[in-house]
Design a binder for this molecule. Sequence first.
Ligand code: ARG
Length: 460
Amino acid sequence: MKTWSDRFEEGLNPFIESFNASIDFDILLLEEDLDGSIAHARMLGKTGILTSEEAHQLEEGLEQIRLEASQGTFKPELSDEDIHMAVEKRLTVILGSLGKKLHTGRSRNDQVGTDLRLWLRRRIDELDIHLKRLQIALLIKAESNLFTLIPGYTHLQRAQPLSLAHHLLAYIEMIERDRNRLIDVRKRVDICPLGSAALAGTSLPIDRSFTADQLNFSSIYSNSLDAVSDRDFAVEFTAASSLIMVHLSRLADEIILWASEEFSFLRLTDRCATGSSLMPQKKNPDVPELVRGKTGRVFGHLQSLLTMIKGLPLAYNKDFQEDKEAIFDTFKTVNNSLKAMSILLEEGLEFSLDNLSEAVRSDFSNATDVADYLVSKNIPFREAYQIVGRVVKLCINRKILLKDLTLDEWQEIHPLINQDIFEKLLPEKIVASRISQGGTGFVRVREELEKWRKQLISPN
Ligand code: ARG
């Protein structure tokens, strides 16, 4: 028997009943539904819409459902349609007709919006903890690799050597922006729609500010129509989550590349790598591959929400029921990916210091520095650039590196070049010299490491 069945004469087609139901997934909102209903019941008591005894009993009945759920005895059925109906039905079994008074002055439309915001607000706080954990894992790796050099790339071509710490710190910056974006999204999740009722408000003397206070919302929606039909916050959440996944995916992709035999910049430990069922020599980077692969589904949720909302007339439409799986799966995907990447950094990979050192010594990534050296001898940069271009070509033809040229050969290239050119070619010196603000120079990177340690680990 449906709550709304008096208006209808025939029962629902069983397939349509299950097509219509959301209980399979909105069961996740149980805690928040109970919290919202308790706040609503208290408000009904406080305003005198119900007696305080009635309000008290409603609250106790709702707490009993919470207890039953924790003991596994609260079992909603498909015929309950959704979590809101399931709770109300159970409450009515527990309290008799008093249970039917809970829904006074509200609708499922403002109720579901409230539940979803309460749920998301908590999950955003949880994500922040995991984002910070990943930042700390990156920082610890960075701290032990200030003087480890790694080739830096543009166009995936060797460009200039970097401090590995500088490279890892770049991801800490990205994640910091992700955290700030979520904090910003949270502001718009933190507005209470409860009491907007179906779409127009109510004639009953409710107190929306009281309910919002009970639920710790920072404010209430000013327009009842907007309140029940706003899903901007869901779009913002999936958009911010998409960027988190973009960052994780780029990091994952670098780890996959670095673990390849071609790069060999790191080894995966047995804790986080898997073998092949066929090829005994393999150790596969499944964890970063999965993170990279899961990125698409979060982008998909963003697209599906945007598309779901775009043509909807005000106010509530059942289409909105589709928001939940998008939000739930986005959270689960991002949260799990963050955890997996943190574990990967904490115990899943070891940088191959010998290979990294060899890599930065066996290429032409010191060419810019020869040009800068010539500039320091007052040769105009463009001219210096061309000279070095010719030298690189010559070395490539002779299958040697810049460091293999003799002083005589250098002086033939340009008479102003001295013995000190050899020091200029050393990757350590090159990295150390990039001390412009935000550069990879060790002194700069050390300052950044200290800044982040203060911010993330020890605030004093
Ligand atoms: N299960 C519904 C949803 O997720 C709850 C709101 C239903 N409201 C309604 N008027 N049918 O959106």
